[in-house]
Structures are given as C-alpha cells and as structure tokens.
Design a protein around this ligand. Structure first.
Ligand SMILES: [Zn+2]
Length: 385
C-alpha cells in the first residue's frame, strides 16, 4: 500500500515493476527497482521516492551546468534548424503569463534560470527573482538578478505575498509532496497572483513513466486536483504548445477551492496509465529478445536521450554498441555510457542493427526524414514492435 501524493487515497499495488537499474532524467543509473503506482481516485501516477532525494538535487543534479551553451533540443525543423527547449519555454511563458508592466516574477526551482533570462531579454521591465534548492546555480544568476532577488534552500520570510507571478518549469514532477509544493508557492504570491507550471505529460510521452527521479506523472485530472488542493483556480491548461508537456496557468484563490473530480477524466487517465505500463512491459520483453538476437554483433542506438539510454541499459551488455546517434549538435562528439555520440549520418558502415530510442509516438515519422538510415543490411529495431 502506498498513499497517492495528490489525493492521499491508498494504492494497493504497483501497475508496473522492473528490476534495477533505474534510469534518471540526467541519464545516470540508480541501483533501485522501478515501481509505478496508479491512483484510481484522482488519475495520478507515481513512482517510489529515490534514495537521498535532497542530496540528489543539492549536489547531484547538475542539469545543463557543464556548458554555457548546453540546452536540450526541443525540435528540429525540416531544414535542419534546431529549436532549443529554453527558447521555446520562454516564448510560451511570456504568452501565457502576459505579465503587467514592471511585474515581480519568481522562477521557483530555477536552476540556471535560462528561461527567465530569455524572458527578461524580451521584457526588460520585469523584475526577475530566483529560488532553488541548490546553491550550484548561483554563478549563473550573477550580474542580471539582484542579490536580494536570489534565494537558495529556503525562500526568505520577506518574500511572502511579494510576487505578481511565479513559474516553475519541469520541477513538480520531481517533488515528493506536490500539493505542499504548490501551496508553498501560493504563500509567495500576492492575492490573485498567477502561477505557471510546466511538467511532462506522460500520456503524450510514455517514456516519462519510467524516469526514476520523476516521482510524479500528472494527468489532467490529477493536475487539476493538486492545484485545487494547493489553493488555485486553473485558468489555462495548455497541452499543445509544448508537445509532451503540460503548461498550466492558475490563479491564487482567496477562498478554499472545491476539489471536484471529473470521473471521466480520472478513468481516462487510469486507462492511459495502465496502457503505458503495458507498453514498457512489452518493450522490455522485446528488447531482451533482440539483445539475444544481436548478441556479439554491432549495433547503433538512435537517440542519446532517455529512450536511447534506457535501451542501452537493457542491451549494452549483449550487443557491441558502435555509437549513439543524435541530432543535437551539443551532444555530438561526446561520449555516453562510454560510447561515442555522433550525427545520424555518421552511422558505422558495419552496424547490423539500429535500435530506435525515440518517443514511440513520434519515432517512425522522425526516421522517415532520414532516408540514409533505411538501407540494406541495417535492421531497424523499434521499441513498440
Ligand atoms: Zn490520487
């Protein structure tokens, strides 16, 4: 039995279980099993807390710290132009928040605050503030955020009721108490202040379900429930601007918000969650077979992101991995789990198989754009077949 992190209902047993290792969002392996629980009370899916969660984010989780230019890829246009995640995030955030002149904006769980920085570049009137549970990022804030507008580990008491708006990008999926997290931000906002949250939408990006440090996998139903419980009224729930993610805008309510539950939404979320758990079971079984099939032979893995890394964690011991192929120029010329990352065009001539480590909902369309990977002697291995 484990209590739901959103509605507290006890969840009897996991819907998916896999033995160690588990893969984190920063592509490291943890020696823990993966267990997914799905709540039929609110449609939330959740995984066990990772060990030493505080230490992991304080000193272990250095996302995008190593290089000034490192950024995750959001999309690649047909002409090859790369769109980076923080550029896109900044644009969506500016549009959704629609801040008034001179607004005080807090980036909560900011990390390097690249999104905030890009928003301020476009709207220099905004007063930027940052908060994070790690002090590692402070050097990235120097020079453009006032010292008294920076906070680490704990928000200062004087910040209560201070902000016109707060935003928190891709943080809430990591926190053990998401309702407490939301009500914590609520205290920092002015009455009727605006909150913008972004997080993975597991229904559109099934890989999220097995990311070890993403302990929450929100559905629309559980997200609405968590915001109500944290004292917010939802004004916009955007599922399209950033495919694979929710961007939700909510307004601080000055009266308790009714935690109404839409039974259809909850049922849909539960069904989709179970379907995704089935997908992972089938994929793991399929990869085991293919690892045996290609044992001792050369193969490449398409994608150095989550799916590709997950494939590696399952086949790396059996297959001779020649390289990870990735379109992100910032990842090329590096190594990943000891193997080179190269442009897809640089696939080894003697690779006999290419394991496709992309979101299965998008993988086939992505590979259709790369005719040079469809060639005799190279078997394409898909996660969902
Ligand atoms: Zn629940």
């Amino acid at each position: 039995m484990t209590p739901c992190r959103v509605c507290s209902k006890e969840i009897a047993s996991p819907a998916y279980e896999a033995p160690a290792p588990a893969l984190t969002s920063i592509m490291t392996l943890l020696d823990i099993p993966t267990r997914v629980f799905i709540c039929d009370g609110c449609g939330h899916a959740q995984c066990d807390e990772i060990p030493d969660i505080k230490g992991f984010y304080d000193t272990g989780y250095r996302i995008s710290l190593s290089s000034e230019d490192h950024d995750q890829i959001f999309a690649v246009k047909p002409d090859g132009t790369v769109i980076y995640r923080t550029d896109h995030q900044a644009e969506i955030s500016r549009n959704l928040l629609n801040l008034s002149q001179g607004a005080k904006l807090l980036d909560y769980g900011a990390a390097k605050a690249t999104t905030l920085r890009k928003m301020v570049a476009a709207r220099p009137d905004i007063e930027p503030h940052v908060f994070d549970v790690s002090a590692d990022y402070a050097p990235a804030w120097e020079g453009w955020i006032a010292p008294d507008a920076q906070a680490t580990y704990e928000a200062p008491k004087e910040w209560a009721g201070r902000f016109d708006a707060a935003m928190s990008h891709f943080v809430i999926e990591h926190v053990a108490d998401p309702v407490g997290f939301i009500s914590g931000i609520r205290k920092l906002l002015k009455p009727h202040g605006t909150l913008l949250l972004s997080m993975p939408d597991v229904s559109a990006n099934p890989g999220d379900m097995t990311v070890a440090d993403h302990v929450n996998h929100f559905s629309e139903a559980s997200l609405r429930r968590a915001l109500a419980a944290g004292g917010f009224e939802v004004s916009v729930l955007d599922t399209t601007s950033f495919p694979g993610a929710f961007f939700v805008v909510a307004v601080r309510s000055e009266t308790p918000v009714k935690e109404e539950q839409d039974a259809d939404l909850v049922r849909q979320a539960v069904d989709r969650g179970l379907e995704i758990c089935d997908f992972w079971r089938v994929s793991a079984g399929g990869l085991e077979k293919q690892a045996a099939n290609f044992r001792g032979r050369k193969a490449a893995i398409y994608g150095a992101g989550f799916y590709g890394s997950w494939i590696f964690s399952r086949i790396g011991k059996d297959v001779e991995v020649t390289a990870f192929l990735d379109q992100n120029p910032n990842m090329q010329n590096a190594t990943h789990f000891g193997h080179p990352v190269t442009a897809p065009t640089a696939i080894a001539e003697d690779a006999e198989a290419l394991f496709i480590g992309l979101n299965p909902l998008k993988a086939r369309a992505a590979l259709d754009n790369m005719p040079y990977l469809h060639k005799p002697g190279l078997e394409l291995v898909w996660l969902d077949s």
